[in-house]
Design a protein around this ligand. Structure first.
Ligand SMILES: *Cc1c(COP(=O)(O)O)cnc(C)c1O
Length: 443
């Protein structure tokens, strides 16, 4: 597929001299408010590696935050983009429609869970998808309250900052936030008071009771939840929690919105993470893995809800840009033809075997969790469950120095998350996991 050799190879330190020199320009020209997971400048990327300007080939365990699930510059994505660029680059769908947008919506209506009539809307980013899902739910229900959860991340716009749980770095100094957002406890088995078993038995009832008493059912437009929390540290709610919320929403005329921005598009071993328990959301927000790296996002849901908003009530200049749509169609074809759901499951077995072996060996590993090619380690102070942020930082640093790019996560900055491209060769994945094991061993 990619012509880039699928190897881990370091020819300089990380960062190398060329990256260091160019990073000076970055710091001079680019707002310093932006983060940087690894201090190198990228030259090429494909399959499971990123090659920097010094010629270092780094194993990519982040996929640009679960975006290039199909790999960087995937063949079908590139071919579709090239053809589209030659035809036209923009007409604005709400000015003069084109087929790419329509075809992406048809595909999303088909690919998302549920056999009911569905319709879709395309926008530019995950935050914008969430904003639109909430707008639609409010307009459809005539209600205002939005239920969200602890540890959740929904974006960086004003509404989605308000919906996001963690203050630093996402919200600090950026208020005031939008009203009518109600945050409920998250069913976080590892940290639920009383432990995993109590969480399984009590979390759902506890949350439903709070929702009813603190907001009142008649006021609630939507319940919004990530099926597996992304930035929050790959928290997987206990079995029954998502189906219970979804059933509760249906019984009370509340729109159930799944934020599948990070979990979507084969990442967890299924096209969407809610499929694990047969949950059929009223609306699904999607972005990240949708278009092989091009900016695109979507809301798909029940036709009667999606059509409830008045004409021209939704839209945007760039939403569903034709090049992004072409890339999305190439992405969907790649996932189907290369059976990337199956591949994510196979990678999941390799990952969970390796991570659980680490848990057995090292007391700093508090919990291993996730699904498919979306798994994480939560680090703790040995002997308890106190978060261990320095362990996470040291592990990420060790891996970086040894040519493996890893991403952090977690409300307590103590989670390392693995999000490899789904086309990464298995031997490269095993090599990255070996380095990770060595990193934890040094703690
Ligand atoms: C990344 C993310 C978002 C925001 O997406 P952007 O494209 O960065 O706006 C929303 N929800 C979840 C679960 C995410 O992971």
């Amino acid at each position: 597929m990619t012509s880039i050799p699928q190897i881990r190879s370091l020819v300089t330190a990380i960062p190398g001299p060329r990256s260091l020199e160019l990073l000076k320009r970055r710091n001079d020209a680019v707002s310093l408010s932006l983060g940087m997971a690894i201090p190198v400048i990228v030259e090429r990327a494909g399959g499971g590696v990123i090659v920097d300007v010094d010629g270092n080939s780094i194993i990519d365990m982040g996929a640009g935050i679960a975006v290039v699930n199909v790999g960087n510059s995937a063949e079908r994505v590139v071919a579709n983009i090239k053809a589209q660029v030659e035809s036209f680059t923009h007409s604005c769908f709400t000015v003069a429609p084109y087929m790419g947008y329509i075809e992406v919506c048809e595909e999303l209506n088909r690919l998302t869970p549920g056999t009911h009539k569905k319709k879709s809307l395309l926008v530019n980013s995950g935050a914008e998808a969430i904003e639109n899902a909430v707008k639609i739910a409010r307009n459809y229900t005539g209600r205002q309250a939005v239920v969200v959860f602890e540890h959740s991340f929904h974006g960086r716009t004003n509404l989605t900052m308000g919906m996001t749980a963690k203050n630093m770095p996402y919200k600090e100094g950026f208020g005031p936030f939008a009203p009518e957002i109600y945050r409920m406890p998250m069913a976080y088995p590892y940290r639920w008071p009383g432990g995993t078993k109590v969480c399984e038995e009590e979390a759902l009832e506890f949350v439903l009771h709070k929702i009813e008493k603190e907001i009142d059912l008649k006021n609630i437009a939507a319940i919004v939840i990530e099926p597996i929390l992304g930035e929050g540290g790959f928290i997987v709610p206990p079995k029954g929690f998502l189906p219970g919320l979804s059933k509760f929403a249906a019984e009370h005329g509340i729109v159930f919105i799944a934020d599948e921005v990070q979990t979507g598009f084969a990442r967890t071993g299924q096209m969407f993470a809610v499929e694990e328990e047969g949950v059929v959301p009223d609306l699904i927000a999607m972005a990240k893995g949708i278009a092989g790296g091009l900016p695109l996002a979507a809301v798909t849901g029940r036709a009667e809800i999606m059509d409830a908003v008045h004409g021209s009530g939704l839209g945007g200049t760039y939403g569903g840009n034709p090049i992004s749509c072409a890339a999305a169609l190439g992405t969907f074809a790649t996932i189907a033809e290369d059976d990337l759901c199956k591949r994510a499951q196979e990678m999941g077995v390799i990952i969970s075997d390796a991570l659980n072996a680490m848990k057995a060996k090292y007391q700093v590993v508090g919990e291993v969790r996730g699904r498919g090619a979306m798994q994480a380690i939560e680090f703790v102070i040995p002997g308890g469950i106190e978060p261990n942020a320095s362990a996470m930082a040291e592990v990420i640093k060790f891996c970086q120095v040894n040519g493996v790019l890893l991403l952090s996560a977690g409300t307590y900055n103590n989670v390392v998350r693995l999000l490899p491209p789904l086309v990464m060769p298995f031997d490269l994945l095993r090599e990255a996991l070996d380095i990770l094991d060595q990193a934890v061993a040094t703690l």
